[in-house]
Design a protein around this ligand. Structure first.
Ligand code: MV4
Length: 499
């Protein structure tokens, strides 16, 4: 057991703030690291101490593990929390931290290594009879043999890069004629993208749902699951909407997937917070895909339905404490929904639209959580992921969490950049989503920029009509700019009604 008194958060934006808030609740001092582009960032202002570690480019700042460890030595830091992205799944860094006598708030380098390579992950899982998609058990060395196996499992098949993940290095092969050419391309792509040409073949599950299980393991062999998150609404492998629990799982399948996820964690001696990813077909058969050895962006929906603060648990585990949470005591309370608010223009192919947050007013109210890293007037830097915030709602039922999400989206006031709020509102109100009858192809099947443009035109007409009605009604009184603005922007606050 080693108490953490000072924690360095090796990250930025919303997740850095989120981790620091839990640390502060635990009486732990916090240290922020930041790049020159983040000089005025909120996580820098919130931490007890802050150190600039380099220029804007991540490769010169947030990815510089050596500089981060130097800061720890200078400031007497006990532990590093990596957040997600950056160094969070870097086995070498995890080992460097340990070798420097510091605590890495995350899994061991060994666990990261086993799960970081998709084939070694499958090999580890195979020892625990984890259900996996039919395919080649190992990297393809003999392409003719791989082609035979592809024929046996039946087309379409997927060729996946072992060093890939999150959708990178995946190619669909529709039939045998395409196999040789696609194999050739898959290997050369894997070499150029990951420096590792190892690929394997899997049966392609055509219209799957993407469901992942949150696990927590301590350093004493206790491992539990905290139910599932449904992450099927994605755009180019970037999750847009996540929710917990999934609307398609039965209690029996939920328990089977949870136990399976715990076995996957055990297969690599996992401790810390981790996520086991599955694809689920239309008959509710589930297949292990990969394990993410980090805290995920979408972890708040699990926190909302279980009441568990996952960062607090990560810190307890990193201190060497035994898990106090018991599987039989965990239960699902209500339903949580999360949308990711990006500074991107959904009417222009989701191109990033960073800039100054001229207006930035968060939604509030019962059951609304906003995890963000910005204030009004701040610039969204161009150097990093353009996510502004995660908007999370929690309510007794799935429909109520959707209703609350739509209300919160309508109250979210952002100007100065385009955002994905209107796109998320479209998802929330779409019959395929509200009915629960959707899969990973939702965006491709139902979204076009035109649906938003139509919505925007409708809004403009409504605003114009409201303006005319207002002016007609108020003709005799002077109209203040704020009043006009509130009418013009359909703000949640009606124009001043005091006569
Ligand atoms: C699959 C699959 C279907 N069949 N593997 C995507 C990223 C990584 N987590 C693995 N992924 C998938 N692997 C087999 N054998 C479907 C996905 C998948 C997906 C594929 C295409 C488009 C969107 C997707 C979203 C989630 C998962």
């Amino acid at each position: 057991m080693r108490k953490i008194n000072k924690l360095l958060v090796a990250n930025r934006g919303e997740i850095a703030l989120r981790v620091m808030r839990t640390a502060r609740e635990m009486g732990i001092k916090t240290v922020a690291v930041y790049s020159e582009a983040d000089r005025n960032a909120l996580h820098v202002r919130y931490a007890d101490e802050a150190v600039c570690i380099g220029p804007a480019a991540s490769s010169e700042s947030y990815l510089r593990g050596d500089k981060i460890i130097d800061v720890c030595k200078k400031l007497g830091v006990d532990a590093i929390h990596p957040g997600y992205g950056f160094l969070s799944e870097n086995a070498k860094f995890s080992q460097m931290v340990k070798d420097a006598g510091l605590i890495f708030v995350g899994p061991s380098a060994e666990s990261i290594e086993i799960m970081g390579d998709k084939l070694s992950a499958k090999r580890a899982a195979a020892k625990y009879n984890i259900p996996m998609v039919p395919g080649t058990p190992d990297a393809v060395t003999d392409r003719a043999e791989a082609k035979v196996i592809a024929g046996q499992i039946g087309y379409p098949v997927l060729i996946k890069a072992s060093a890939g993940g999150g959708g990178k290095g995946m190619r669909i092969v529709e039939n045998e004629v395409e196999f040789d050419e696609q194999m050739e391309r898959a290997v050369s792509e894997a070499i150029s993208a990951f420096g590792d040409g190892a690929v394997f073949v899997e049966k392609y599950v055509a219209s799957p749902r993407h469901i992942e299980i949150q696990v927590l393991g301590d350093q004493h062999g206790n491992t539990i699951y905290l139910f599932e998150r449904e992450c099927s609404v994605q755009r180019r492998h970037q999750k847009v909407v996540e929710e917990a629990p999934s609307s398609c799982l039965t209690p029996e399948i939920r328990e089977a997937m949870g136990k399976c996820a715990v076995d996957v964690a055990r297969s690599c001696g996992y401790y810390g917070a981790g996520t086991v990813e599955f694809i689920v077909d239309d008959k509710l058969n589930f297949y292990f895909l990969e394990m993410n050895t980090r805290l995920q962006v979408e972890h708040p929906v699990t926190e909302m339905i279980t009441g568990v603060d996952l960062v607090r648990q990560m810190i307890y585990i990193a201190e060497g404490q035994e898990l106090q949470l018991k599987q039989e005591e965990l239960e699902i309370n209500g339903h949580a929904m999360e949308i990711r608010v990006y500074a991107e223009d959904p009417t222009n192919n989701f191109l990033p639209d960073v800039g100054n947050l001229k207006t930035y007013v968060r939604p509030q109210g019962n059951g609304v959580r906003v995890d963000d890293g910005f204030e009004q007037g701040m610039d969204i830097p161009i150097y990093y992921d353009p996510m502004i915030a995660k908007l999370i709602t929690h309510a007794a039922t799935r429909q109520e969490s959707i209703d609350k999400m739509v209300r919160a989206i309508d109250e979210y006031e952002i100007s100065g950049v385009q955002t994905t709020l209107a796109f998320c509102r479209f998802v929330m109100l779409h019959e395929a989503f509200t009915s629960g009858n959707f899969d990973t192809h939702f965006v491709k099947h139902y979204f076009t920029p035109e649906v938003l443009k139509k919505e925007a035109d409708k809004d403009e007409t409504e605003i114009a009509a409201a303006l005319v009605a207002y002016l007609m009604g108020q003709a005799k009184q002077p109209t203040s700019a704020t009043t006009m603005a509130s009418v013009a922007t359909k703000s949640k606050w009606k124009a001043n009604r005091v006569k």
